[in-house]
Every structure is written in structure tokens, then in C-alpha cells.
Ligand binder design. Sequence first.
Ligand SMILES: *Cc1c(COP(=O)(O)O)cnc(C)c1O
Length: 376
Amino acid sequence: MYKIMTAGPTQVKENVRLARSFECTNPDLDIAFYDFYKETCDLLSKALHTTNKAFILGGEGILGLEAACASLTEPNDRVLIIDNGIFGKGFADFVQIYGGKPILYSDDYHTSVNVEKLKTFLENDHNFKYATIVHCDTPSGVLNDVERISKILDDYGIMSVVDSVAGMFGEPLDISNSKIDILCGGSQKALSAPPGLTMLWVSDRAFKVMEERTTPIASFYANILVFKNYYEEKWFPYTMPISDIYGLRKALDNFLEDKEVFQRHEKVATACRKAIVESGLQLYLKNGWSNTVTVIYVPKGVTDTQILNGMKQDYQIMISGCFDVLAGKVIRIGHMGENAYPQKVAETLDALQKTLEKLGVSIHGDMKESFFSYLL
Ligand SMILES: *Cc1c(COP(=O)(O)O)cnc(C)c1O
């Protein structure tokens, strides 16, 4: 078995795995399950400080992003795609599939979205139904100030769809201090439940826009509106993956009980970055580091595959490479959720150092020791 220190999925705690083995009822017919589902969704709302209704959908994080775009987009709607990363840019595909007109606003992939530059852009062009933006864009690890940006967009009457799949539960996020209309999350990142579920937090304004559409939502499985009254009607659009939801609930209980969760992420991530820099390796970002993932350039003379394979073979530790425009250029250590513990990150850095040295890359000092020294 590998220790998964990837940028998601993350490690899954034993109590979450056990919760997935609880005996199952029929989730379509058992009223008690509707109560359990609603209670879990209400806790999700509470966890992100909002009265916006939360929903759990049976499908990977990508389903949440697609459902948001499917439910809001009507043919020819102009949608602003805030692009400073691979997931950010990817929203354009969903908008296009559902007949909208994605307008790309691109910024430097090495930094957080520059809010002042975005404001200047919006002064000249703000005729958008909604905008999409990513909280933590995992391929580069950049963190955007989505609370602030959603408020700026709202000044122009633009709604916000935010992908925080790899941000939430590792980075603080307060929906009540934002104008986020649809927030998307996933089970397998900082929440540390297995992959398979997406979570959505939907504002009343977003529901109103869906209800007032002049064209029908061009999807059934990715239609958020069909979930709106599930509790009153005691009806789900499809059979809920009950065991996955039991697991997610336990993971959420773990999160809510952990009073130091954000400090732990910050401490571990900061020390990890400092140890990387001190070792002579290079971070991909110039600023705006998310505390959920650290993204490092592949050093000269070796490939990402050599590093990843070496760490798996010799140390049974799995870290991530990357894809799209960053394929082969960077490697990534995921330190979110259950991964965000000092001992786990220290072991990963130690294995990375030894693997690189075996491949002929010279590293300054001892990464594990410097990591521990920066933790204090
Ligand atoms: C992981 C992730 C998703 C979901 O992708 P999956 O392929 O479904 O895991 C979406 N957005 C971001 C930023 C992510 O990190």
C-alpha cells in the first residue's frame, strides 16, 4: 500500500472507512435517510458559515462544476472565465457545451488573480451573467481571494461560480462574507473522504435565475434545480450513494471537531515551502500559495516520472505530477486534510530528497530537518 501524499485524493481516516461499511437502507424510500442527508447538508452550510442550501451529488468534483454551468447557462449567455490556472481555464469548456459564450480573462499562472487589474477590466466590460473562478487551482497551487472577487463581481450584478474543490476545509472560506452564488466542492481533497461525491452550496439568487430561465436546463443529472425541494417532496432525482454519504458525514464530523485544522494546514504548508526553498529546489509560484498543496519545478536533468516512480518504489510514497500545460514541468505534494500532519510531510520530503539524490540531483542540507525547524 502506498502512502498517498498526492494533491487529491488524500488519505482517508479509519473512522471514515468504517462509516462506509454501515448497513444500508433504501435511500429512496426510507424517510430517516432524508433526515440524515438534510442534517449533513445543514452541517455543510454551517461549516462554511452560510444559510445557502448545500447539496451532495453522486459524482466526482467535476460533476459539481458542470452542474453549476449547466444549471445557469442559457444559449448565448456571456460568461466571464477568470483564468489563472488550468481548472480556471477549463470552465470555458462547460460554458461552451451548454451554449454559452465564454469570455476568457487570463492572468499570470504564477500569482493570485490581481484584483486591481480585474477591476480595471470590469470597468470596461461587465455584461456577464456570471463569472467562474477557482479558489485553489491545484495544478499550480495558487490561491485566489474568491470572497473579495465575488463581491467585486456582484457590484456589477455578475453572479459567481467558485470551484473550491481543493481549497475548502484546508483554507478558511466564509460564504457569508462573499457573494458566491454556487460553490463547488469535492469529497476527496481536504475533507479526506474517498472520491465520488461533489458538494454544492447554492444561493437563493442562483435558484431564482434557474427558475426564471427561458430555456430548459439541458441536462438531467447535472441539473441543480431538480434537487431544490428534495426534502419537502421526499424525492431524489436518482438513488443517493448512501455509503459514500455515510463516509462523507464522518469526514465532516472529523473536520468540525478539529479546532486547529486551518492552523495545522498553514504551519505544515509554510514549513514545507521553506524547506523546499532552502534545499535549492524551486517553487512554481511567486506568490499566492495555497496551504493545501506545494508545487515544485522538476529539477534539471531528471523527469517527473523518474521522481514519482523512485518515491513509490523505494519509499511507498505517492506524490503527484501534473497535466495540461504543466505536464512534466512540476511535481506536487498534497498536504491537505489527513495529509496535513508534520510527520507525514516530513517523511515525504525525506523520501523526495533521497530519491533526487539517487538520481544525481544535489540538495542543500536536510529537508526533513529544515522542515521540522520551520514548524516551530
Ligand atoms: C480535484 C479538483 C477538481 C475535481 O476533479 P476530479 O477529477 O473530479 O477529482 C476540480 N477542481 C479542482 C481545483 C480540483 O483540484
